[in-house]
Design a protein around this ligand. Structure first.
Ligand code: AMP
Ligand code: FE
Ligand code: FE
Ligand code: ZN
Length: 289
């Protein structure tokens, strides 16, 4: 039996590095014919209440989630970036609240640090403008990149990363991220459903081997994001096999960021029966439109 695919379980709003307001995100999801989305802003639940309000009465169901930026060591012990989706966890869980508090301060300091280095280097941007661009979101490199585009330093956000903001750049400052293993444990302990985001995208591919993924299952890992715009057919096939072997759920999602990326909401989807299993497993109920 094949299940219908009416869900996109990984989307961003202007509360992190997307461009859509809660209302715009709901409208985009409905226009794409979706029944369910998950809102998964980076390291914040600030969009949960606004999107619960925006979805009310529309028929769109919204699963509250967060995309945690975590690190996991590679074979040489070097920390590599891995993104972790957490769905339907209790947002007042003390360990998660404390970690977000730490990250908010860390991001503010680190963003100011990168901007100061760029200003010293003669680039005509200001911290005030970067803060304005970030709005309610914690400051990240995408906001600094937009300030650089606005100031005419580079033509596009991608160029800002390639030329000035990559992690080998003299202007770069690192972030002390959450550890992947702790992230999985904390989400599970808070009644949530942890799913590895795009395990074959960028850096993550090198560390998210089948063996490493297996070690996360006893900590509470429940799924892998198998279908994602950054995954080719070979990656999808391989991840599908790993998920089957370990009894993990397989999700699909667009990683929609509004106008910040060219991805269309709903371009990759999750099967409805998988969505029901995630809702069943989570401590919270979704926001029902
Ligand atoms: P940060 O968390 O502040 O270190 O910024 C990392 C974020 O920047 C990632 O989550 C991506 O969304 C974005 N990013 C990384 N590399 C690029 C790139 N080459 N072009 C556009 N966005 C990027
Ligand atoms: Fe993002
Ligand atoms: Fe991601
Ligand atoms: Zn994302």
């Amino acid at each position: 039996m094949t299940s219908a695919m009416t869900a996109d379980l990984h989307t961003h709003s202007a509360f992190s590095d997307g461009t859509d307001s809660a209302d715009e995100l709901v409208a985009a999801a409905r226009a794409a014919g979706l029944r369910t989305i998950a809102l998964t802003d980076h390291d914040t639940a600030a969009g949960w209440d606004p999107i619960a309000r925006a979805a009310r009465g529309t028929g769109l169901r919204v699963i509250p989630g967060v995309e945690f930026s975590t690190k996991h060591p590679d074979a040489d012990g070097r920390p590599v970036s891995v993104h972790l989706l957490g769905y339907l966890f209790r947002r007042d869980d003390p360990r998660i609240v404390a970690e977000w508090d730490r990250l908010r301060h860390e991001r503010a300091n680190r963003g100011a640090n990168i901007v100061a280095r760029l200003v010293d280097g003669g680039f005509p941007i200001t911290l005030d403008r970067v803060r304005e661009i970030a709005g309610a979101a914690n400051i990240g490199r995408p906001h600094i990149a937009r300030a650089l585009v606005e100031a005419g330093v580079v033509d596009r956000v991608g160029d800002a990363f390639d030329e000035l903001l990559h992690d080998g750049s003299p202007y770069y400052a690192a972030l002390r991220s959450t550890s992947l293993r702790e992230g999985v444990e904390w989400i599970a302990a808070a009644g949530g459903v942890p799913v590895i985001a795009h395990p074959r995208a960028r850096d993550a591919a090198a560390v998210m081997t089948a063996d490493v993924i297996e070690t996360l299952v006893p900590l509470g890992l429940r799924g892998l994001e198998v279908r994602h715009p950054d995954h080719d057919d070979a990656a999808r096939g391989e991840l599908g096999h790993i998920a089957d072997a370990l009894g993990l759920l397989q999700t699909g999602s667009s990683d929609y960021h509004g106008d910040n990326k060219t991805l269309r909401i709903g371009q990759e989807r999750t099967a409805d029966d998988v969505v029901e299993q995630i809702i069943e497993a989570g401590a919270q109920t979704p926001f029902d439109g």
